[in-house]
Design a protein around this ligand. Structure first.
Ligand code: GLU
Ligand code: ZN
Length: 438
């Protein structure tokens, strides 16, 4: 194993950039950079029906917004490209054929009809669906005649019937699976495109990925990957499976129960540093237990030993809380600069800047500002004037007091501050002989 440290994320470009991608990007980048290595973005787009071009750009935009830009990737560059799987088809094909030549994989000519019938029979016998190995034992003549007839085929892995496959997970220790659970999976589809398992192993090998750090849902695929590395005669990378982010009912995080799009959080006015802080607390913690920290701290302190495997719940209330803390920690001018993109084009920006300090303590998302401050900009809403009359006052004394207050406030230096208001108003109340509360 080369001692270069290279980690990657491999999202599928199938819609809005997902918080799970940001989560994996955070730890992959932090670990890679902690060790002086590279962080790579590879796009897994072999599932053509789900491909969506703009989402590649959106993934990169979202990573940039979070400060998690990769060192290598599509549109970024690097020596290990192309970084998009559909541009690497020849490599998968060549390697799949090599496995066939070396007797570790075989051509399967089974039709969809045959496979459907097989599945129906297995279901009737209450057996789990599995390939029955029909083409594993075809003779050379049978294969030749199938090819001569122009039959299409897939390539399947010839999984050893006996034995077990073990791999070490940096978070979870040794994990062992029985080979017979694997059932000769398809590696290359009849259209010549690889399935995920083949593509991921080929790419991780050629891109010299040293550590495969991904979500725990891929644990059960890893023995198959290890088997492929061994059949190819390639070094096996380190593996670490991070906990899956979860909905509050502990199911895998989903669009239906959570906002999973990074774009949504950005639009709502969550700050990228709050997102990073929040995501870092999902299944990991700082050695000193601190709750507020940034990317640089994760990069400095990250170790797999501190990852916990209980499924962390993606709690929007907690994130909103953290976001409020980051908002309050920013100097007013910087906060205002961050706020500007969230303000309506026709809003009076000078006025907005004046109002900001009043709102800062209560603002939990930048997108909330307009809604919370409407009354500073529009006409004062209608109200019964008698509401202003204090218990011991009269309409006349109240009106007189308000008029003097107006004069006082108009003459206070701008921007108004808590201190100048407080001393001015208290002095006026004394002078008028009314209580400060009134
Ligand atoms: N395309 C897979 C995903 O979307 C990649 C899994 C892996 O990192 O191997 O999660
Ligand atoms: Zn077959």
């Amino acid at each position: 194993m080369a001692d270069k440290v290279r980690l990657r994320i491999a999202p599928s470009p199938t819609g809005d950039p997902h918080v799970g991608t940001a989560y994996m990007a955070l730890f992959n980048k932090a670990f890679a950079h902690h060790r002086g290595g590279q962080f790579i973005l590879r796009v897994e787009d072999t599932d053509q029906t789900r491909y969506n071009e703009t989402s590649v750009r959106e993934i990169i935009d979202s990573l940039a917004w979070l400060g998690l830009l990769p060192d290598e990737g599509p549109g970024i560059g690097g020596d290990y490209g192309p970084y998009v799987q559909t541009e690497r088809r020849d490599l998968y094909l060549k390697n799949a054929n090599e496995l066939v030549e070396r007797g570790h994989a075989y051509k399967c000519f089974c039709t969809k009809e045959r496979l459907d019938a097989l599945r129906t029979e297995q279901a009737a016998r209450k057996e789990p669906p599995r390939y029955d190995g029909h083409c594993r034992y075809l003779s050379a003549e049978e294969i030749a005649s199938n090819l001569a007839e122009g039959k299409t085929y897939t390539i399947r892995l010839k999984v050893p019937e006996e034995g077990q496959t073990t791999f070490n997970d940096l978070i979870r220790g040794d994990i062992t699976f029985d080979n017979k659970e694997l059932h000769d999976p398809i590696l290359l589809k009849s259209d010549g495109l690889p399935v995920y398992h083949l593509a991921v192993v080929v790419d991780d090998h050629y891109m010299e990925i040293s550590h495969v750090v991904r979500a725990e849902e891929w644990i059960s695929s890893t023995p198959l990957h290890v088997m492929l590395y061994n059949f190819f005669g390639w070094d096996v990378p380190y593996f670490a499976h991070m906990p899956l982010l979860r909905n509050s009912d502990h199911s895998k995080i989903s669009k239906r129960k959570n906002n999973t799009s990074i774009k949504w959080y950005r639009e709502q006015g969550y700050l990228p540093e709050a997102m990073i802080n929040f995501l870092a607390l999902m299944g990991w913690s700082m050695p000193d237990g601190s709750e507020l920290f940034g990317y640089a701290d994760v990069e400095r302190e990250f170790t797999f030993e501190r990852v916990t495997t209980g499924g962390p719940v993606f709690d929007l209330v907690k994130l909103t809380n953290i976001n409020g803390k980051y908002i309050r920690s920013l100097p007013d001018d910087e906060l205002f600069a961050r706020l500007l993109p969230y303000l309506p084009a026709d809003m009076d920006k000078t006025r907005a800047r004046e109002v900001l300090p009043v709102l800062k303590d209560r603002l939990t998302r930048l997108g909330e500002f307009t809604e919370l401050t409407g009354f500073f900009f529009g006409p004062v809403p209608g109200y019964p004037a008698t509401l202003l009359v204090p218990k011991k006052g009269t309409p006349e004394s109240t009106q007189a007091a308000l008029e003097q207050t107006k004069v006082l406030l108009e003459n206070l230096p701008r921007p108004w501050t808590h201190e100048t208001w407080e001393s001015g108003m208290r002095a006026l109340a004394d002078q008028l002989g009314v209580k400060a509360g009134d």
